[in-house]
Design a protein around this ligand. Structure first.
Ligand code: 9WN
Length: 419
């Protein structure tokens, strides 16, 4: 485990801001230098949240620059390519410029967890900037309308992800079976970028799925009728619900009607409980028509909902604090339950702890007044970054850093945790 000199709160905050300054390109914050040289959607929402108190101007600019990538359909893409920096899968894969609804800036054709409503709410809470709310609100309402229209593939009020990349938890074991059910694909090349990021994952199928969707013109009808990967994920939908509630709260500031946003949140809550709950929240594979019975950190996403019934909160928190998750590791929160055969403490979303999911759960703890859980999450996360730096993720047992260094959301959310 790497040893770092002891850092006090002020020094840690200062380091976090330096990382974010270094990762700021002049128009957006890249998730990490080198490895992720463009603007990623939910990363930007986390950066907005982290900068809200410290650099509100940059937080606003971050969100606006992401919104430049929004399609006329309302879809907010998972990557916006502001520069020609090499990255795979880049613009040549997505070909957004061929789509009539795409913006001028090049983007991917997939979306990402819709955290932006919550980020806007966070920014308003810390700045009171009503003019900015009025400016950004319509775009986020359109994003939600896109999800409710084009992505409710199960027809019950949840948004389906159509690619593992849309989940933000790319190689989570929750997608293994759905990926294994796809035809075997051999493009006959190895992609250096993807190999470095995920040495053992099934990249050919990832790329095949993306190309199928692109070749179908990114049409919602194709997603509904033909696309072979469609999953209702509790983290994606828990985040969406929180953002719907955020828009309901912000609607009066924006001069809009809160009712449709509050109703959307209700619909998501009922569907989460009806479709994804069975002792904890699981993902549902719409193509295999079954619950994916592996409990991952994503299963705690619905805790972001202040309206989640008390007995569901209590049961989910019991699982979270048990020896399946935080109760067994020295650090919060492993990305997959440790008793699962797929658990691997070294591989991205198959075991390691992440600052962003820790932060989301810490927010959820605050929403439900769970102070001791909130303190554990805050202190455990700060211990990770104090010891190992702003790494992409961390070994949940010994706290050592994994993935890339100087990772933006690790720095941004540390700023928030220190406040
Ligand atoms: C693919 C940028 C992104 C995050 C995701 C994380 C990882 C990319 C990858 O990096 O995804 O989009 O190469 O695996 O899983 O959550 O947004 O930081």
């Amino acid at each position: 485990m790497e040893a770092r000199p002891a850092v006090d709160d002020a020094a840690l905050g200062h380091e976090a801001l330096s990382v974010l300054d270094a990762n700021w390109t002049g128009s957006a914050t890249v998730p990490a230098p080198g490895l992720y040289p463009h603007q990623w959607s939910w990363d930007s929402a986390f950066v907005t949240i982290g900068l809200a108190r410290h650099r509100p101007d940059r937080a606003r600019a971050e969100l606006l620059s992401l919104l430049e990538g929004q399609w006329e359909t309302g879809m907010l893409p998972h990557i916006v390519f502001h520069t020609p920096e090499a990255y795979f899968p880049g613009p040549a894969v997505w070909r957004s410029q061929d789509h009539p609804a795409a913006p001028r800036v090049l983007t991917s054709g997939l979306t990402a967890p819709p955290l932006h409503g919550l980020a806007l709410w966070w920014l308003y809470r810390h700045t009171g900037d009503a003019a900015f709310v009025r400016r950004a609100f319509p775009a986020l309402a359109a994003q939600h309308a896109y999800l409710a229209g084009a992505r409710d593939l199960g027809g019950v009020g949840l948004a389906a992800i159509v690619h593992p990349w849309e989940s933000g938890m790319d190689d989570s074991p929750a997608w293994d079976d759905a990926l294994a059910a796809l035809p075997e694909i051999r493009y006959g090349y190895r992609n250096v970028d993807l190999d470095e990021r995920h040495p053992d994952s099934d990249h050919d199928r990832y790329v095949w799925l993306a190309l199928r969707y692109r070749n179908a013109g990114y049409r919602p009808e194709y997603l509904r009728d033909e696309h072979p990967f469609a999953i209702e994920d509790p983290l994606f939908n828990g985040i969406w619900l929180a953002s719907c509630q955020a828009l309901a709260d912000l609607a009066p500031v924006a001069g809009a009607d809160p009712a449709p946003h509050a109703e959307q949140a209700e619909r998501i809550r009922h569907a989460l409980l009806d479709r994804l709950w069975d002792g904890c929240f699981y993902a549902r594979d719409l193509r295999g028509d079954r619950l994916v019975r592996i409990c991952t950190v994503g299963g705690f996403g619905p805790l972001l909902d202040p309206g989640l019934p008390a007995q569901h909160v209590a049961t989910a928190v019991e699982v979270l604090e048990s020896a399946r998750f935080m109760g067994a590791t020295g650090y919060p929160v492993p990305s997959c339950e440790i008793r699962a055969v797929q658990f691997d403490r070294t591989r991205y979303w198959r075991g390691p702890s992440w600052v962003n999911t820790n932060w989301l759960l810490r927010h959820a703890a605050a929403v439900h007044g769970l102070d001791s859980l909130g303190h554990q999450l805050t202190n455990g996360t700060l211990r990770l970054v104090r010891q190992a730096g702003f790494r992409e993720c961390f070994d949940p047992f010994d706290g050592s850093g994994r993935g890339c260094r100087d990772f933006s959301w690790s720095a941004a959310l540390t700023l928030d945790l220190l406040a």
